[in-house]
Design a protein around this ligand. Structure first.
Ligand code: AMP
Length: 120
C-alpha cells in the first residue's frame, strides 16, 4: 500500500496548512473536521505514513498503535464526551468512502447519534 504524502492530512501534520487543533502528543494529532456532521466532530490522525486502518494495523510499530489508540480515548475524554457517549468511525477503502488517504478516526458526539448505519 503506497502512501502519498501530498494528502491533506499529511500537509496538516507538516504544518503546511492550518487546522483547529484540539490535542497533540508524540503519536497523534486531533483537530475539528472542516465539515462537522455532529455538534462535536473531531478527527484523530496518527503521526506516521499510514493510508488506512488496514495499512496501520499491518505496518505500524506496537508503540504507535498503542499510543494512537490511547490518544483517541484521551481526545474523547478531553472533549467531555465520556459521560454522554460518543461514536468512532474509521472509513477504510472504497466501499467505506474513505476520502483522505491518511488514517483518521472520526469522533462524533454532542447529541443523540441515532442508529449505527443508515439503511440503503
Ligand atoms: P473520510 O470520508 O472518512 O475520508 O473523511 C474525511 C474527512 O476529512 C471529511 O469528514 C472531511 O470533512 C474532512 N476534511 C477534509 N479536509 C479537511 C481539513 N482541511 N480539515 C479538517 N477536516 C477535513
Amino acid at each position: 500500500m503506497t502512501y502519498d504524502d501530498s494528502n491533506i492530512f499529511a500537509r496538516i501534520l507538516r504544518g503546511e496548512i492550518p487546522c483547529k487543533k484540539v490535542y497533540e502528543d508524540d503519536f497523534a494529532l486531533a483537530f475539528h473536521d472542516i465539515q462537522p456532521r455532529a455538534p462535536v466532530h473531531v478527527l484523530v490522525i496518527p503521526k506516521g505514513p499510514y493510508v488506512c486502518m488496514a495499512d496501520f494495523t499491518a505496518q505500524a510499530p506496537e508503540s504507535l498503535i498503542a499510543g494512537y489508540f490511547r490518544a483517541v480515548g484521551a481526545v474523547a475524554r478531553q472533549l467531555g464526551l465520556e459521560d454522554s457517549g460518543y461514536r468512532l468511525l474509521v472509513n477504510t477503502g472504497g466501499d467505506a468512502h474513505q476520502e483522505v488517504a491518511h488514517l483518521h478516526v472520526h469522533i462524533f458526539g454532542g447529541r443523540k447519534l441515532g442508529p449505527m448505519l443508515a439503511k440503503s
